[in-house]
Design a protein around this ligand. Sequence first.
Ligand SMILES: [Zn+2]
Length: 421
Amino acid sequence: MTRKDRTEGIYSRKEVLDESERRQYYLIQLKDLLTYAYRYSEDVKKRFDRAQFQPEKFKSLSDLKHIPILKKKELIFLQSMGPRLGGLLTKDLGELRRIFLSPGPIFDPEDRSDDYWGWTEGFYAAGYRTGDVAQITLNYHLIPAGLMFEEPLKNLGCAVIPAGPGNTASQLDIMQKLRVTGYVGSPSYLMHLAQKAEEMGLNLRKDLFMEVAFVTGEKFSEKMRNQIEKKFDLIMRQGYGTADVGCIGYECYHKTGLHIANRCFVEICHPDTGIPLKDGEVGEIVVTAFNKTYPLIRLATGDLSYIDHSPCPCGRSTPRLGNIVGRVDTTARIMGMFVYPHQVEQVMSRFEEIKRWQIEVTNPEGIDEMTLYVEATNFRREDELLHTFRERIKLRPTLDVLAPGTLPPQIRPIEDKRQWD
Ligand SMILES: [Zn+2]
């Protein structure tokens, strides 16, 4: 079977606008969004009024800074403030296609428009082409991860196997029997699949047919990428986004950072003041997706990165985000899921025997591992604790029960010891 060329081409003309066309494009999209959102979203109106910002005042891109940033964490509270997700939505819930629930808890609405989450150009850039058979190994239950990636694949003319997470042996069996060419999921799970397949005596290049992998939700090292690409003989590229807004950026063949998606405007801001920083400076990613249904204007993602305007050999003219260099606060993204200390605290409060706790995250071999340390005497409800933890946080830690006084006096709720390169 001849292999497809996955290294060239673009999906949309918007990817190659020149500088002045791009500025004009952003201006029109933003002006339109701000005007609409101010009119139809109660929350946006309140927020703009409080900041004495009127959409008519929006004349240049730098005027955006007059709108206060919206921290992702605020969504938890705002959404509980009344109908239409606390006035954040411009439509009634019944007019949507789906409503998801992410940890936080935060509701993630999806309307009925084509490519709502905006990943199609990113999948093309990553190397997906018409005729691919893609296996999606992300969760389809309540969170948007799995379903979010169905639409770009449909748009590109690919078939999808909605495998969901887990069942590694059957995942590999499907990959073999259906000659799956594309993987969608976390990088660590792809590595796990490779390890399992090798243990089973499979030859990854001969017995499997993988040519492209779209990975997301986790950081990984270039060493790990190289290993995976070599093992399977595939191209692995990543996408960056959130469950609130969908696609924010994606890599092209040349791995020069994350091309910012044409569906949003991205600023890098000082995490405390919300003031935009200069190109190249590290700050918080603040995103405004051109989404009139759920206008999260200037959403601060909590992720840290910087902007790079240098040209890319692929020909796309979009600015790029450098790698995601870290998180603003203590919230950690573990195995692709956000873990909030206050949510862990809620779980722990059901177990009065537990005096103190701490989560430690490591990533041996590039795969996230989470250990939950609890201090307790004669603790007997280990299964119940793990069950509750999994139910609320959606992750399964290794539990380590310690005698009271074992943990150091001053501890961070989530100790992130992961290393990348
Ligand atoms: Zn590029």
